[in-house]
Design a protein around this ligand. Structure first.
Ligand code: PAJ
Length: 285
């Protein structure tokens, strides 16, 4: 695996792949790699002859009060994991490469970035869309891989790619979980032992609502209340939102009468870690 740090080197490598007629699969990450990230590599490995991963903790998607400076950066471990999982290239640019002085061009994807996560993190998706477009322009992959774990991010990037005619195919990979249902996430390292013990309640609540959906419940309030009740009973988190949203537009819906997502965000009391999760509730139109 080659590790490169400059845009120029990445472009040269890309030109070499193109000359050899190779399909490139790309996985953008912020590092602190776990098996969830590596499942994206496995998917790319199956479909592409070359796999490029980026590791870049993107400053423009963090608000000043967020965890940018303490975001885990175990670079040597990431490098070993990426190589073992089958990456051919690890692209790890510096901030100076990505955001030179007087950088001023940002991608605004509109309404979908202002809902749910967008309410809690107002400029987050502007930073995500900007860095993802930059990375796709640098790597020029045939396919780019994203996790369903970050469902709203997928919708934002899909809209950007469609509306700005970005020549890349997006592939969405199911959420990888620990055996107890907890979503694998780089931020889980912040959880205290007690918080980690309670964390399975997050997916259990969603599972209960999904069971009710499968038994015929379609009212969004009823489904959200099932989840809320489960979380309140555990008393382990502060609920930030529980919502049923249209899977395409992320508008909240009153009834599951189309493809939707049930999305939750909770904050833990001791470490203040945000736990996000979602399930698909695919109501017929
Ligand atoms: P990061 O949180 O590092 O995630 C990188 C990719 O891995 C995302 O597409 C995310 O959805 C996926 N992923 C993370 N945990 C997963 C899991 N448990 N199962 C499946 N996929 C998982 O998302 C970002 O970085 C950034 O916003 C980025 C797109 C890189 C832009 O900076």
């Amino acid at each position: 695996m080659e590790t490169i740090h400059t845009i120029q080197e990445m472009r040269q490598l890309r030109a070499r792949f193109r000359a050899a007629g190779r399909a490139v699969g790309f996985i953008p990450t912020m590092g602190a790699l776990h098996d969830g990230h590596l499942s994206l590599v496995t998917a790319a490995r199956q479909e592409c002859s070359h796999v490029v991963m980026s590791v870049y903790v993107n400053p423009t998607q963090f608000a000043p009060n967020e965890d940018f400076s303490r975001y885990p950066r175990p670079f040597e471990l990431d490098r070993a994991r990426a190589e073992e999982a089958g990456c051919d290239v690890l692209f790890a640019p510096t901030d100076a490469e990505m955001y030179p002085a007087r950088f001023a061009s940002y991608v605004n994807v509109g309404d979908v970035t202002e809902r749910l996560e967008g309410v809690l993190r107002p400029d987050h998706y502007r930073g995500v869309a900007t860095v993802v477009l930059k990375l796709i322009n640098i790597v020029q992959p045939e396919k780019a891989y994203f996790g369903q774990k970050d469902a709203q991010q997928v919708v934002v990037i899909r809209k950007m790619v469609d509306e700005l005619n970005v020549p890349v195919a997006l592939e969405v990979v199911p959420t990888l979980r620990h055996c107890d249902g907890v979503v694998m996430s780089s931020r889980n390292v912040f959880l205290t032992a007690r918080e980690r013990e309670h964390a399975p309640v997050i997916s259990q609540g969603l599972q209960r609502a999904r069971d009710a959906f499968q038994a015929g419940a379609r009212d969004a309030t009823v489904l959200c209340d099932i989840v809320r009740e489960c979380y309140e009973r555990s008393g382990a988190f502060k609920v930030e939102y529980i919502a049923v949203a249209d899977a395409q537009t992320f508008e909240e819906v009153a009834a599951v009468d189309r493809p939707t997502l049930l999305l939750v965000s909770c904050k833990t009391p001791e470490s203040g870690t945000r736990l996000l999760d979602n399930v698909v509730l695919d109501g017929a139109r």
